[in-house]
Design a protein around this ligand. Structure first.
Ligand SMILES: Cc1cc2nc3c(=O)[nH]c(=O)nc-3n(C[C@H](O)[C@H](O)[C@H](O)COP(=O)(O)OP(=O)(O)OC[C@H]3O[C@@H](n4cnc5c(N)ncnc54)[C@H](O)[C@@H]3O)c2cc1C
Length: 221
């Protein structure tokens, strides 16, 4: 049900980033660089922690069918930009709900879950019929309700989001979302996103005794 589409992105993201970086070290403003040199330079910059240049490449995603549980976690990333479907202007009476796999795997739990959803949808409609505005009736809908949003972020912020949200300790739905986002950008900017993933990509897990014990591997070039 979750669907992620890359709507647009900086053309030649790695060339753009590399030219920005070269500007710092050139007497004349550089306007061209080969793909190979750009990739080499980006790898060096990331190793050195000169990550601000990654801000010159931006990506915009259309994200469909995630729960408000997950969208709430996502929008905590303050350096990305968001536009989210409004529950004031869009009726939620026919809304879909995201059912977690743990619930789907347990028929008794699924029955309970679906019954509660149906009851909440019915109550929502009854509130609307009583003249309660959508912006107030929505208060009784559960957090699993599906939402759509558009997210724009630069490559530096995306690496940060991937660092936190691809970790096996992150929640399954936001992890699935981060994985889909990474799949869409990794071939467009391979030198930037070969480092994408939780801190264990670089060898060090910060989860201590909560570590999953399954370290990520750095992406191959
Ligand atoms: C596994 C997990 C569990 C979590 N559990 C909880 C929880 O229980 N409760 C809760 O409230 N949140 C929780 N969070 C959310 C977390 O606290 C952050 O709000 C969220 O991950 C966004 O991270 P960020 O602030 O680093 O990133 P962004 O907002 O994306 O910012 C990127 C980076 O920019 C810099 N930056 C941004 N804004 C500022 C600023 N104002 N001042 C200084 N530097 C700034 C920081 O270096 C920051 O890391 C959890 C996150 C994860 C991954």
């Amino acid at each position: 049900m979750m669907k992620v589409t890359l709507l647009s992105y900086t053309p030649d993201p790695e060339i753009t980033v590399a030219l920005a970086a070269r500007t710092c070290y050139s007497s004349k403003l550089p306007l061209a660089i080969s793909k190979e040199r750009a990739e080499h330079l980006i790898r060096e910059l990331i190793e050195r922690g000169h990550e601000s240049v990654l801000e010159h490449a931006s990506f915009t995603f259309a994200i469909e069918g995630i729960s408000r549980v997950t969208s709430h976690q996502l929008v905590r990333h303050r350096l990305a930009s968001y536009s989210q479907q409004s529950q004031r202007y869009v009726s939620v009476k026919e809304a879909d709900f995201i059912i977690p796999p743990s619930v789907v795997e347990n028929s008794e739990a699924q029955e309970l879950f679906c019954k509660a959803i149906e009851e909440s949808k019915k109550a929502y409609q009854e509130l609307i019929n009583l003249g309660i505005p959508q912006e107030d009736a929505r208060y009784m809908m559960a957090q699993g309700i599906a939402t759509n949003l558009v997210l724009s972020a630069n490559a530096r912020e995306l690496l940060h989001i991937f660092r936190l949200r691809l970790c096996n300790r992150a929640q399954w739905e936001i992890r699935e979302l981060a994985q889909k986002m990474l799949e869409l950008v990794k071939d467009l900017a391979p030198a930037i996103f070969e480092w994408a993933g939780p801190p264990c990509v670089e060898g060090e897990c910060r989860e201590g005794e909560n570590s999953c014990g399954k370290p990520w591997k750095k992406r191959e070039k």
